[in-house]
Design a protein around this ligand. Structure first.
Ligand SMILES: [Zn+2]
Ligand SMILES: [Zn+2]
Length: 256
């Protein structure tokens, strides 16, 4: 049956938060055991990935999509620029864009993709930096206070750095397809479809890279509602390259 837009329910969010807290406590306890370093390294990944999912959910769901005093320019860039002007559902990809990120420097309007490496770097770099900087006080600092300069700490910091970069990189690839190897991977195609639903229903699929908190907090949406399916292109129509990957014979025909 087609799904409706997810609504945040306090009981679901509380339960999800409690699960996340309990899991985090377990991973930290594991990391503080007098065990071989590999245990600490793996436990830190087990801690850091879900916590990044939480902060990704907060940054995108609150900072990018809600009106916050003094920070409204971020919401405007994301909702009016990214969602509204550059990548509405009927124009979900820009295959011919020279750079994978938008320009956000003034003058911002008309909204447009970066047409030089500096603007592209400013946008991609600020997205990476934002997630990294949010992670430092809320993940890295507590980990350091609890475990010191341990393999657990370094593993957590490295995980934060890699995922902060991946978050921006994968999002750029999704909207500017150009037959990169990553675009033919199953997990990428899954995330692409997941993100397309967010571009139609902005209350759904708040996580971009790590959908764990969409599951925990009840914002996961796996398919469009019947009315959305009537009003908007299907994912395969919106994303011809993904359609090609899923249907190789059609890809060959298109290229003939
Ligand atoms: Zn997007
Ligand atoms: Zn969004």
């Amino acid at each position: 049956m087609a799904e409706t837009s997810p609504r945040l329910r306090p009981a679901r969010v509380t339960t999800g938060g409690a699960i996340l807290l309990a899991w985090s406590a377990g991973m930290i306890a594991l990391g503080r055991l007098d065990a071989p370093p590999i245990v600490g390294v793996l436990a830190a990944i087990g801690l850091t990935v879900p916590l990044i999912s939480f902060w990704e959910w907060m940054v995108h769901g609150v900072l990018y999509h809600r009106r916050l005093p003094g920070l409204d320019v971020i919401r405007e860039i994301h909702t009016a620029g990214h969602h509204g002007a550059l990548f509405p559902p009927k124009h979900y990809v820009q295959p011919s864009a020279g750079f994978p990120f938008m320009r956000f420097r003034s003058p911002r309007r008309p909204w447009r993709m970066a047409d030089n490496a500096v603007d592209n770097f400013l946008t991609s770099g600020s997205q990476v930096a934002l997630h990294f900087v949010v992670g430092l006080p809320f993940i890295t600092l507590p980990v350091y206070l609890l475990t010191g300069p341990s393999p657990f700490f370094w593993s957590s910091l490295g995980t934060l750095a890699v995922i902060s970069w991946l978050l921006a990189y994968v999002h750029g690839c999704i909207h500017t397809p150009r037959d990169r190897a990553i675009e033919r991977m199953g997990w990428f195609l899954w995330l692409d479809r997941h993100h397309y639903i967010h571009h139609i229903d902005q209350r759904a699929n708040i996580n971009f890279l790590l959908p764990l908190c969409d599951v925990l907090f009840g914002t996961l949406k796996r398919q469009l509602s019947e009315s959305e399916a009537r009003r908007f292109p299907s994912f395969e129509q919106a994303k011809p390259m993904a359609y090609d990957v899923l249907h190789p014979t059609r890809r060959a025909a298109r290229r003939a």
